[in-house]
Design a protein around this ligand. Structure first.
Ligand code: NAD
Length: 455
C-alpha cells in the first residue's frame, strides 16, 4: 500500500522503515528539515538498534523516502498516519502538534476521488480521534468522515527494541470509525499473524493508556517496597520480590519449567520510571480522569511514589558519605534506560538535580551520550569516577557490571558505589569498595547461606 507517516521520530520512523521493509511504499514526513535530510541519506536521526540497517535498505530499494510536504505525500497515499509527539503541558496532553499535522493531512485529502484513511498512531486521550482530529479533517476537507476513513492504531513499541517490537507485535489494536477504515488498516498489517483487535476509536485510545498505566504502576509498586525496605533493618527488596515472583500466578510452570513473564522486569526496584512515554502518559491520564469527574487515586499514588524516588536515591548517597556539600559524585548512566540515547524525563537527570541541590559537584558518563547542556559529561566511566567521593549507577547499562571495579575504586577519592538499579549485585566488586544496593534496610542482617532464590 502507499503510506504516509507524519512525524519522523521514534514511532514514525520505525513505523515507516518497518512498513517499507514489509513491502509498502512509504513517505515519512517531518517539519524538521534536518530529519528529512538525514532519512533521505539513509541515516537515522537518533539511535535505535537495527533501525539504520532497515532504513538504508528501504531507501536504496526506493520503498522509502522523506519529505517536508505533508499534503503532497497524503494526496498520493491510501493511508496517512499521525505519529507526531503528544507531550505534556503541565500534566495535560498537548495536542498542538497533532492538530497542526491533522490540518496538513486535511489539505492532502481535499482533492481526488480516491478513498483514503487517516490513522492516529500517536498516544492520545480517549475522544481525540473522533472529536479533535475528525473535526479538523472535516473542516479542512469540506467532507464528512466516511468519505475518508478514520482509525486509531496505538503503538506499543519500546525504545531500545523498537524494530523487533514493531516487526513481531504481541497484538495490533485498531479503533475504527467504520468497517472500511478498519479494513484498510487490516490490509496494511495483513502479513502479521498476531491477534488483531478491531474496536471503537476510544477503546483503542484507552487501551494504550491502560497498558502504560499498568507498567508505571508495577514500577512504583516495586519502588514503594524498595523505600520501605531501605527503612526497615533486615529486609532486602530483591529477596522480597523474588519471593513474590515465585507465585505461579506470576511465573507459571509449564512442562516442569518456570516461565518468567517479561512484565516482571517492571516489578523491580530502581530509580523510577522515565522516558518519553510513562511519565507524560500517566500525567495525561490523571488530567483526563479529573476532567471526567472520576479522578485517578491509584495513578496519583503511582506518580507520587515516582516523584519521591530521585530524592531517596540522593539521600542514599548522602547517607553513605556524610554530606554532599562540595562532594564530587560520579553518575553512571544518563539515558532513561539502557539501549537508547533518549534523555526525556530520565530519572538520572532528576537524581543529578537532587545531588546538585544538596551541594554536590556532578560528573556523568553514559555509553551513548557525550554531551548534555549544563552538565559535565566525561568520556569514560574511569574519567567520571576518578577523584569522586562516590559513584551512583543511574542507568542499568550491562557494561557497568563488567567494569574493572578494582581499578576504578583505586582512582576514587572514596570507593563508595551506590547501585541505583540493583544491576551490580553479581558484579566483581573489590573488598575495599563499599557497595550500597538499593532496597536493603540499614544494618542489613546477613542471611544464612542458601537463603537466596531457589530456581
Ligand atoms: P518524537 O518527538 O520522537 O517525534 C515526533 C516527530 O514529529 C518529530 O520529529 C517532530 O519534528 C515531528 N513533527 C511535529 N509536528 C509535526 C508536523 N506538524 N508535521 C510533521 N512533523 C511534525 O515522538 P515519538 O517518541 O516518536 O512519539 C510520537 C507519538 O507516539 C507520541 O504520541 C508518543 O506518546 C507515542 N509513542 C511513543 C513511543 C516511544 O517509545 N517513543 C512508544 C509508543 C507510542
Amino acid at each position: 500500500m502507499r503510506v504516509t507517516v507524519v512525524g519522523t521520530g521514534y514511532v514514525g520512523l520505525v513505523t515507516g522503515a518497518c512498513l517499507a521493509r514489509l513491502g509498502h511504499d512509504v513517505t515519512c514526513v517531518d517539519n524538521a528539515p534536518e530529519r528529512v535530510a538525514a532519512v533521505n541519506s539513509g541515516r537515522a536521526p537518533f539511535f535505535e538498534p537495527g533501525l539504520e540497517e532497515i532504513l538504508t535498505g528501504a531507501i536504496r530499494d526506493g520503498r522509502l523516502r522523506a519529505s517536508s510536504n505533508t499534503a503532497a505525500a497524503v494526496a498520493s497515499s491510501q493511508i496517512s498516519m499521525l505519529a507526531v509527539g503528544t507531550p505534556s503541558r503541565q500534566g495535560e496532553i498537548d495536542l498542538s502538534y497533532l492538530s497542526s499535522a491533522a490540518e496538513e493531512i486535511g489539505k492532502g485529502l481535499r482533492d481526488g476521488s480516491q478513498y483514503r484513511v487517516v490513522v492516529v498512531k500517536s498516544t492520545v486521550v480517549p475522544g481525540t480521534a473522533d472529536t479533535l482530529v475528525r473535526g479538523i479533517l472535516e473542516r479542512v476537507t469540506g467532507r464528512i468522515t466516511g468519505e475518508f476513513g478514520l482509525a486509531m492504531n496505538p503503538e506499543f513499541l519500546r525504545e531500545g527494541s523498537a524494530v523487533a517490537d514493531f516487526l513481531e507485535p504481541d497484538r495490533i489494536v485498531v479503533g475504527e470509525w467504520d468497517l472500511a477504515s478498519g479494513r484498510a488498516v487490516a490490509e496494511l498489517y495483513q502479513s502479521f499473524e498476531c491477534p488483531k483487535i478491531f474496536t471503537t476509536l476510544r477503546n483503542a485510545e484507552m487501551t494504550k493508556y491502560a497498558s502504560n498505566a499498568l507498567l508505571a504502576t508495577l514500577v512504583s509498586f516495586a519502588n514503594e517496597f524498595a523505600a520501605l525496605c531501605e527503612a526497615t533493618p533486615g529486609t532486602d527488596v530483591e529477596q522480597v520480590l523474588n519471593g513474590l515472583f515465585l507465585d505461579r500466578r506470576l511465573s507459571p510452570i509449564r512442562d516442569g519449567s518456570r516461565i518468567t513473564p517479561g512484565i516482571l522486569a517492571y516489578l523491580r526496584a530502581g530509580c523510577g520510571f522515565g522516558g518519553s512515554c510513562l511519565p507524560k502518559d500517566v500525567a495525561a491520564l490523571r488530567h483526563f480522569a479529573r476532567g471526567q469527574g472520576v479522578g485517578s487515586p491509584l495513578l496519583d499514588g503511582v506518580a507520587a511514589v515516582n516523584a519521591r524516588r530521585p530524592a531517596q536515591l540522593a539521600a542514599l548517597v548522602e547517607g553513605a558519605i556524610g554530606s554532599l556539600h562540595g562532594a564530587a559524585i560520579a553518575v553512571l548512566g544518563l539515558a532513561f534506560k539502557p539501549g537508547t540515547d533518549d534523555l526525556r524525563d530520565s530519572p538520572a537527570l532528576a537524581i543529578i538535580r537532587e545531588l546538585e541541590h544538596r551541594g554536590a559537584e556532578v560528573r556523568a558518563y553514559d555509553p551513548m551520550i557525550s554531551a548534555v547542556a549544563g552538565l559535565t559529561v566525561r568520556h569514560s566511566a574511569f574519567e567520571a569516577v576518578s577523584g569522586a567521593d562516590a559513584a551512583i549507577v543511574a542507568t542499568a547499562w550491562p557494561e557497568f557490571a563488567e567494569l574493572d571495579w578494582a581499578t576504578l575504586s583505586k582512582a576514587m577519592r572514596r570507593p563508595i558505589l551506590v547501585d541505583g538499579r540493583n544491576a551490580l549485585r553479581h558484579a566483581a566488586i573489590p573488598d575495599d569498595m563499599t557497595l550500597i544496593s538499593i532496597g536493603i534496610g540499614p544494618e542489613h542482617v546477613k542471611e544464612p547461606e542458601g537463603a537466596t532464590l531457589v530456581h
